[in-house]
Design a protein around this ligand. Structure first.
Ligand SMILES: *Cc1c(COP(=O)(O)O)cnc(C)c1O
Length: 235
């Protein structure tokens, strides 16, 4: 024991990477095609530093304000990639564009437009994922498929964003197998959109799966799994 409260983080990461690899291989996928995003919300920068020592290079935060207190502690070189995974209000788009490398929670054309404008003003192009709502009113945020299509239709005008795939927060269910149909539907939505508009989803990321269900998500095609509790402990 080294006395640090984050001593277990490296071990947890290796265990999760092993489980991701097994789940991938079990369905004929390559382990390297699934990225592990460490969800560091509510955990201090020391926890992030420990995860970086274990080789993790991508972190997710769900609030702009919390990231403001954490991301600047890790300047280049060796700066990790920061992903926004929580709901973003349009009036915080500018700050989000400065802080985050990827905004996964784009769920309206209005928000996509604001992010694009802010990115253009800052002279950059920000990578975004479109957060889909596949459960109707059961989830609070996320774009219904029609809104996802509206954003894709406007993509040519959104010069400050690069649309790189889809993200899903399914309704919470204890049993990972119960969530699996939602994972499958996100993959199928991606396939349908790509068939209608080839290339519209860029690298075709599917961000889905959390601590209790990431293996099911990998079996349904996840390319990014967002894991907090299983790495850092309970919040
Ligand atoms: C908190 C959070 C996660 C991580 O959840 P865990 O159960 O702690 O792994 C993943 N995605 C989103 C959008 C979150 O807000």
């Amino acid at each position: 024991m080294d006395g640090s409260p984050w001593g277990m983080v490296g071990r947890n990461i290796r265990e999760i990477e092993g489980r991701i690899a097994q789940a991938a291989v079990s369905c004929g996928r390559r382990p390297g095609d699934v990225a592990l995003l460490g969800v560091s919300k509510t955990f201090p920068r020391e926890a992030v530093a420990e995860a970086m020592r274990a080789g993790l290079r991508r972190f997710g935060e769900n609030r702009v304000q919390e990231a403001e207190g954490k991301a600047p502690a890790f300047p280049p070189p060796g700066k990790p990639e920061w992903h926004l995974i929580g709901h973003l209000q349009s009036n915080k788009a500018r700050r989000a564009v400065e802080l985050f490398d990827v905004i996964q929670s784009v769920d309206s054309l209005k928000l996509a437009t604001r992010i694009s404008q802010a990115a253009e003003d800052a002279g950059k192009v920000v990578t975004v994922l479109l957060q889909a709502d596949l459960a109707g009113e059961a989830t609070k945020f996320g774009a219904p498929p029609e809104e996802v299509r509206a954003i894709l239709d406007a993509a040519a005008d959104l010069r400050g964003v690069r649309i790189d795939g889809l993200m899903l927060i399914p309704p919470y269910l204890e049993d990972p197998e119960g969530v699996r149909p939602y994972f499958r539907r996100l993959r199928e939505l991606g396939e349908a959109l790509e068939a209608e508009r080839p290339g519209c989803l860029g690298r075709r990321h599917l961000s889905m799966g959390m601590s209790h269900d990431f293996e099911a998500a990998v079996r349904e095609g996840a390319t990014i799994v967002r894991v907090g509790t299983a790495i850092f402990g309970t919040r």
